[in-house]
Design a protein around this ligand. Structure first.
Ligand code: 13P
Length: 252
């Protein structure tokens, strides 16, 4: 049985004061959740949020880490550094990184390898743009993105991996994929994982992201291959985020 995982992606939001209030409220309201919850915060706040999460079952995550192990890569942050701050997860290959910063499938695969080597659980993001969806190329895009990672990782990577499906047209738009639309892609992702890892693929958490709110979370999380969510905007408001976490618990 897969546990639900609710991952907050704060993106480039936050500040020392607002972080404290948000994390304290989430910890207080989320103290008895049975779903796994991880807060993926900007790099400079890893120390602060890590300290605030001490004693909580909620874990810390990052939003990116390098495809390189260490060295002369100005501005990069290695997976080892992220792990040293106590992170359990790292988001890799988010569509904002792919489209705004030109990350290729190959780079994402390299980042996943480094994250695994550092003992992190990569949350590997996939998802098509609106044009690809309209042209019926969703399967093709998601398969290509995932294949690059699955070809690169070692055979025993399955237990550490998390995959996210985040259609670009649903991110920050208020227009979520329907539970049926998302489930169809999640089932396809599961099939690709099975081709690579066999029966162990049943244990991989596949998250949906894109305008998840308290109002639509339960219906999404009730689908058989939707194992939780990757939450952007709604993760910045404690009550909204906790309501989504509670929806995860309801169907766990
Ligand atoms: P929103 O929840 O704001 O649509 O963002 C989703 C996302 O990109 C999470 O990684």
């Amino acid at each position: 049985m897969r546990k639900k995982l609710i991952a907050a992606n704060w993106k480039m939001n936050g500040g020392l004061e607002v972080n404290r209030a948000l994390v304290e409220a989430v910890c207080q309201g989320g103290s008895d959740l049975s779903s796994e919850v991880v807060l993926c915060v900007p790099f400079p706040y890893l120390g602060q949020v890590g300290a605030l999460l001490q004693g909580s079952t909620i874990t810390l995550g990052a939003q990116n880490s390098s495809e390189f192990e260490s060295g002369a890569y100005t501005g990069e942050v290695s997976a080892g550094m992220v792990a040293e701050f106590g992170c359990s997860h790292v988001i890799l290959g988010h569509s904002e990184r792919r489209t705004l910063f030109g990350e290729s499938d190959g780079q994402v695969a390299g980042k996943v390898l480094q994250a695994l080597a550092a003992g992190l659980r990569p949350i590997v993001c996939t998802g098509e743009c609106e044009a690809a969806r309209l042209e019926g190329r969703t399967t093709q895009v998601v398969s290509r993105q995932l294949a690059a990672v699955l070809e690169a990782v070692p055979d025993d990577a399955c237990a550490a991996m998390v995959v996210a499906y985040e259609p670009i047209w649903a991110i920050g738009t208020g227009l979520s994929a329907s539970p049926e639309q998302a489930q169809a892609v999640h089932r396809q992702i599961r099939a690709l994982l099975k081709d690579r890892f066999g029966a162990a693929a049943e244990l991989v958490q596949i998250l949906y992201g894109g305008s998840v709110k308290a109002a639509n979370a339960s219906a999404l999380f009730a689908m058989p291959d939707i194992d939780g969510g990757l939450i952007g905007g709604a993760s910045l408001l404690a009550d909204d985020f906790l309501a989504i976490c509670a929806a995860g618990d309801l169907v766990t």
